[in-house]
Design a protein around this ligand. Structure first.
Ligand code: SF4
Ligand code: SF4
Length: 396
């Protein structure tokens, strides 16, 4: 086989935390130590060879890069200090950009150099929305205590639909829509690459229902239960951070869906449903519990990351820290806005609420390009792993 090393790819991996990849001398200790590697399809040794040879196309079409849970067991036991866990993490980061659409936005979100635009874009959009909405008023304490942020974008007398909701929907829905659309484009491309790499053809395909029940659903259950995370040894503590974070996102997703349904659909028929939720409302309780879980989870992951950088000499990467800061911003500004409302501080409250909207818009818009994209890509890799071992995966 004639191998043409992609030198740019190797350089990118080194810059993204895989700087040790050339130290590997192929002893295979890592594949033996990895608790998630299967006998018939071991990793990460083969990925280390491919990475050393710059075989980009093989690596981005390899589901194993997403089946790795970055537990660090291989890195802790590598006799050469080659840090295969970090190399796999760098390959995943590369894959987010490789599969990202549109490419300019994906590339922008791949390094700290893009941060001024990544932050500036939602700041400008939301600020312009605030200006054109005619909100532009900081309420007095009494008004703020009663209405909170319900009139951040101003108020109109049209009883069936709140102006605030209209403006939030105007920029949040397209942001989430673009994020999800791009994510679906990325996982579709990834699936095709993996199928081609595994030598499958599409002659015999299951129905959508069968595919969902036999492959997607069991993968989701396994992910939610954190089964594979629990098999990791060196950094088992990661479950303590990852699990509450995941439950927090599920909780906040449920609350957001209810809020959209209540305000945008049911509110059209029963206008009294508009307005803030009382503190004792079950959805409000779920939102607050999720916010606490989110802050706890991110604090654990933050401390784990620091520990891994100190003990395993893991290189700090933009991908790891951007998502930690991003989720911290969402949690801190959300909780901060609520506390400032209770404290009766409208000016500071409005500023923090503005930053909260900015951080959420960033989360939605950049979802397929940041480390959060593993939600989509790892689920796809789990699903593919089950599918390729099934009777549907007819080999050519
Ligand atoms: S990464 Fe380390 S443990 Fe794995 S094959 Fe290379 S030298 Fe051996
Ligand atoms: S980091 Fe953990 S899961 Fe990933 S390859 Fe190494 S041992 Fe396996």
């Amino acid at each position: 086989m004639n191998v043409q090393p992609d030198l740019d790819f190797i350089r990118t991996l080194k810059e993204a935390g895989g700087d040790t990849l050339k130290k590997c001398y192929q002893c295979a200790t890592c594949s033996v130590m990895c608790p998630l590697s299967k006998d018939g399809k071991p990793f990460p040794r083969k990925e280390m060879i491919w990475a050393g040879w710059g075989m980009k196309d093989k690596l981005v079409a390899d589901p194993d890069i997403f089946l790795c849970h970055q537990c660090g067991d291989c890195t802790a036991n590598c006799p050469r200090g080659a840090k295969p866990g970090d190399v796999l993490s760098a390959i995943r980061s590369y894959a987010y950009t490789f599969y990202g659409w549109p490419q300019p936005l994906a590339k922008l979100a791949s390094s700290a150099k893009g941060l001024p635009i990544l932050i500036g874009l939602p700041v400008v959009v939301i600020f312009i929305m605030w200006l054109i909405s005619g909100g532009m008023q900081i309420p007095n304490k009494e008004f703020f205590a009663e209405h909170g942020y319900q009139q951040f974008f101003g108020h109109w007398d049209f009883r069936w639909y709140a102006k605030n909701i209209f403006f939030i929907v105007l920029f949040m829905v397209p942001s989430l829509g673009l994020g999800l659309f791009s994510g679906v484009m990325g996982i579709t491309k990834m699936w095709k690459s993996m199928a081609k790499n595994a030598g499958m053809n599409n002659e015999y395909r299951p129905s959508v229902l069968k595919f969902a029940t036999d492959f997607v659903w069991p993968s989701l259950v396994e992910i939610v239960q954190h089964k594979r995370f629990n098999e990791c040894g060196t950094y088992l503590n990661r479950v303590r951070g990852h699990l509450p974070l995941m439950l927090a996102f599920i909780g906040l997703f449920i609350v957001t869906c209810w809020s959209l349904l209540k305000n945008d659909v049911l509110g059209l028929f029963w206008p009294s449903l508009h307005g803030p939720l009382p503190l004792t409302d079950p959805f409000k309780l779920l939102a607050n519990a999720s916010a606490i879980a989110l802050i706890f989870g991110i604090a654990v992951l933050w401390s784990n990351r620091k520990k891994s950088e100190a003990e395993l000499n893991t290189q700090p990467t933009f991908y790891d820290w951007f998502i930690i800061w991003e989720i911290t911003a969402v949690g801190a500004t959300g909780l901060g806005a609520e506390l400032l409302r209770w404290a009766g501080m409208p000016t500071l409250g409005y500023i923090v609420y503005f930053l909260h909207l900015v951080s959420i818009m960033m989360l939605f818009l950049y979802l397929p390009y940041t480390k959060l994209a593993h939600l989509l890509y790892r689920t796809t890799a789990y699903t593919f792993e089950k599918y390729r071992d099934s009777d549907f995966a007819v080999k050519k």
